[in-house]
Design a protein. Structure first.
Lengths: 571, 337
């Protein structure tokens, strides 16, 4: 009798152990994700939108990707190539990746170097219209050395060669599936674009564009016990507020992405106790762009154009005065903007390059506290006297600012606050907002784009993907100025031009030691900030919410938020 | 009558061509760009390549004639091929109207979205009619009674409070507080068992009722007014003096005559079922044709916007014709020939 009891006890313990030692593949049932902006395709190369990148990241995987702290991890590759381990040549023109052994596509066939080479050929074909082709720039050749080794040769030295095949922008496609879909045919390969075969934890079983995607666990995933969920439903549509409600209040959904909602609403919803709001800070900064050229409509062709000689031949009537720019920045109480419009999704930023943390400069912290008396003193000293209407003027020029941004309730709130703050220093502000698809649309025929910048101040957010700021910081070199000559295709919206800055940028493109790159990046950031070419406002984070029943979520600002979905489980 | 119908159809052809051109020109002139929603990290050269790959570098008249050809020749032939297996010409290499954001066929997208729109918006229209007609009759017959007062109050509320508000209130009461119905419509649900049927009814209930309230409010006001107009006419007095029962007077004589304008109104409203109740679809995530149109507009997906709006225009023209014909049938005094 005793023996039976002890056997029974042993069996019970064993059973409990088996149940606790986690979970077999698919044991946690269905996971419901809510992306209120619905994905329109599963091929990240044909849509650059974050929603599509997020959706495809559970299927398609890159060789390396970033964790939530911005560290580059080997993903499909065995290790991250570096100069030290011989993966990158000393002259920085070549990198060699080795794929892990035994990785299979969801159809059971092996992943080989040929697939990687094909992915490059697919995206670099100009007829494909590949939205990620900037991840494959400056490449001379991509070759398969053997079935698991890929060698990439660059045309120039690349101090940071981790753009191709790294992160959710540049995952590997299966050659066998996409072979007939290169070039112009890419547009017609419906089946391939909606149902890509991948190496990731899930595979697509149903795709309804802009509505819903249904995934199943990939039977050939490399870890036999993962993912814990057998089915993944990726629902789209609706708006951010109700998406938050579905996770935080009704608990119908397990995860909701991109909750740009007034902070007070989120806090209230979170009190229902069903879920948690999480945020992560990448490189996005909401900033004011200061126009250094004259946007006066009477100038015709020369409107907002840079005309030679450090901008002194077509300068802005008042923003070309350093004191005015500095005073405008000093007058802004950024904490008010954070509290009213962003909550958990924002922090004060005094830098245009706020992250990764190693690149963040501390030289500009003056902006953290507003200083209206100092702003007024500066303007007085510079000869800007208040007129009878309370607006400052000098030599017949009134400081009256036309301030534009895209239509969005948080942005209009910010505009209204800043208008009030500037009123305190005798600056008049006229507000203007434009539909996002027009403002960011880049239509050369439209006068209202952010590139043409036909106003004095404009506000938007910009960021860079990945963790290396080299390309981003080169946005404010002289040759990047958005002008008529380059069809407003440049990235330097302030039309701010400094030979010293250009020299730093050029130096960075040939410097590989991290220490020196950090120093250069900080110096460039400080130059921009201390000359007030831009006035940074808020370091913006991504905000999502997940159900309390889901564990394993590690919100990632450097890669897909679903980067580690194979590790998610239901409690 | 036949002559009238043929004449109307013939007039409809140039009308629709003009409409399609106006839509195309408006969309083309609007400052909108399909690469506008891409992240700012995508450089301008890449954007230009994408525009070229979408065919945007060609002049407007070329793009318009291509769209016309695809819409009137290729798409119908393709439907024949896929729907009935009849192949005319080279069906493999026929170019179809492709949506820019999804790169898939616009017609396939529309076919995929139609069921949920028809179910939700169509049913709400039907329920709206079923609610509106009795309310309209009783309120008119017992004018200024308490029923009429209450009915007027509710229809005024239903008519003047927008559906995004009633929808929100419904979600907060029935999903958040009572947890009776889901707030998210599951388009992947296949009704193949009783339990799934119940789920389907549950998820349809809120959007259908919210829209039905709105539709009913409008229609019942018209119904009431129309009956009131008829109640005072001579033929009603004649029927009553002949000694017919009140029921017969109201439900046979008055109702039939008052329905004439209401039926035309209902027929004219049917195209709006297809264009979907855009806002209601968004709130409940029904993701039907209305949501498709909104997303297409937001992402500057010109071929999709163009095709959808043109199809709506076709429906409006057709149902205008149908309304005219029904009017003639219901009211023999009207002759078109």
């Amino acid at each position: 009798m005793k023996k039976t009891i002890s056997i029974l006890l042993f069996l019970t313990f064993a059973l409990i152990l088996v149940m606790n030692v986690h979970a077999k593949r698919g044991s946690d049932g269905q996971l419901n994700l809510l992306y209120w902006q619905a994905p329109s395709t599963m091929n990240p190369n044909l849509s650059g939108g974050t929603k599509e990148l997020e959706a495809s990241s559970v299927v398609l995987e890159p060789l390396g990707r970033y964790d939530e702290n911005g560290n580059l991890l080997p993903w499909l590759a065995e290790k991250v190539p570096t100069v030290a381990n011989g993966g990158i040549t000393k002259d920085l023109t070549s990198i060699t990746w080795k794929i892990k052994k035994g990785i299979k596509w969801s159809d059971g066939s092996p992943l080989t170097a040929e697939d990687v080479v094909f992915t490059y050929e697919y995206c670099s074909n100009p007829d494909t219209g590949c939205t990620q082709s900037n991840y494959y720039s400056d490449i001379k050749s991509v070759k398969a050395v053997n079935s698991l080794t890929i060698k990439i040769d660059f045309t120039v030295p690349k101090p940071f060669p981790y753009a191709p095949f790294v992160g959710y922008n540049a995952p590997i496609l299966q050659k066998a599936q996409f072979n007939g879909c290169q070039g112009a045919r890419a547009q017609e390969c419906n089946k391939q674009n909606f149902f890509p075969i991948g190496t990731g934890p899930f595979k697509v079983v149903d795709f309804k564009p802009n509505d819903v995607i249904v995934f199943e666990a990939n039977p050939n995933y490399r870890n036999p016990n993962k993912p814990a969920f057998s089915k993944l439903v990726f629902k789209g549509g609706g708006d951010a507020v109700s998406a938050a409600r579905a996770v935080l209040e009704t608990g119908e959904m397990d995860y909701a992405w991109n909750l740009q909602v007034e902070p007070e609403i989120l806090i209230k919803m979170e009190k229902a106790g069903k879920g948690k709001v999480v945020s992560a800070f990448g490189t996005s900064v909401e900033r004011l762009m200061v126009n250094f050229s004259n946007p006066d409509p009477s100038l015709g062709e020369l409107r907002s154009e840079y005309v030679g000689g450090n901008n002194n031949r077509n300068p802005h009537p008042f923003l070309s005065d350093y004191n005015v720019r500095r005073a405008l920045s000093l007058a802004i109480d950024r904490q008010v903007l954070v509290d009213a419009g962003y909550g958990k999704a924002g922090k004060i930023s005094c830098n245009v390059l706020p992250a990764p943390a190693i690149y963040a400069s501390s030289a500009n912290n003056e902006c953290k506290t507003p200083n209206v008396p100092e702003a007024n003193r500066l303007l007085d000293a510079a000869g800007w006297k208040k007129g009878s209407d309370g607006i400052r003027q000098k030599n017949g020029v009134r400081i009256s600012i036309l301030y534009q941004t895209s239509t969005n309730s948080v942005r209009q709130g910010t505009q209204a606050f800043i208008k009030e703050m500037w009123k305190q220093i005798g600056v008049e502000t006229e507000l203007r907002n434009l539909s996002a698809s027009v403002f960011f649309g880049g239509d050369v025929g439209s006068p209202d784009t952010y590139q043409k910048f036909y106003t004095d101040i404009e506000m938007y957010t910009n960021n860079f993907s990945g963790t290396d700021p080299q390309t981003y910081m080169s946005n404010w070199t002289c040759k990047e100025m958005a002008q008529k000559s380059n069809k407003w295709g440049g990235n330097n919206m302030p039309r701010w031009c400094s030979p010293a800055y250009d020299a730093l940028s050029a130096k960075m493109s040939v410097t590989s030691a991290l220490k020196d790159r950090i120093r250069l990046s900080k110096a460039m950031n400080d130059m921009l900030m201390q000359d007030y070419a831009m006035i940074p406002l808020i370091h913006r984070g991504d905000v999502s919410a997940h159900s309390n029943k889901i564990s394993g979520v590690r919100m990632n600002p450097w890669d897909s938020e679903l980067w580690n979905i194979a590790d998610w489980t239901r409690k | 009558m036949i002559h009238f119908i043929i004449r109307r159809i013939l007039i409809a052809i140039p009308t629709l061509l003009v409409i399609s051109f106006i839509i195309f020109a408006l969309l083309d002139l609007a400052p909108n760009d399909p690469t506008g929603n891409l992240p700012m990290t995508v450089p301008p050269e890449v954007r230009e390549k994408i525009r070229v790959s979408l065919g945007l570098d060609q002049p407007m008249h070329v793009r318009f004639s291509m769209w016309l050809f695809q819409f009137f020749v290729n798409e119908p032939l393709n439907l024949l091929h896929e729907g009935f297996g009849i192949t005319i010409g080279d069906s493999e290499n026929r170019t179809r109207i492709l949506s820019w954001s999804t790169r898939s066929s616009v017609i396939d997208l529309i076919i995929q979205r139609t069921p949920q729109t028809l179910w939700v918006v169509g049913l709400s229209y039907l329920f709206g009619i079923l609610i509106a007609i009795p309310i309209g009759i009783i309120s008119a017959y017992k004018q200024y009674s308490w029923f009429d007062q209450v009915g007027t109050f509710f229809t005024m509320v239903g008519f003047s409070v927008p559906t995004f508000f009633t929808g929100m209130v419904a979600i907060i009461i029935f999903s958040v507080q009572l947890k009776w119905f889901p707030m998210i419509y599951d388009t992947t649900l296949v009704v193949d068992s009783w339990s799934n049927f119940i789920l389907q009814v549950k998820q349809m209930l809120m959007p259908v009722m919210v829209l039905a309230l709105y539709n009913a409010s409008q229609l019942s006001r018209f119904m009431r007014a129309s009956i009131l107009d008829n109640l005072n006419l001579d033929y009603v007095r004649t029927a009553r003096s002949k000694g017919r029962s009140e029921n017969a007077v109201l439900l046979i004589h008055v109702l039939r005559n008052s329905l004439i304008p209401v039926v035309t109104l209902i027929a004219l409203g049917i195209p709006t079922i297809f264009s979907g109740a855009i806002i209601t679809e968004q709130i409940f995530r029904v993701n039907g044709l209305g949501q498709l149109l909104i997303i297409a507009i937001e992402s500057a997906d010109i071929p999709l916007v163009q095709t959808l709006t043109f199809l709506f225009a076709v429906l409006i023209v057709i149902f205008n014709l149908i309304a005219d014909v029904i009017y003639g049938i219901l009211d023999p005094r009207i002759r078109y020939d």
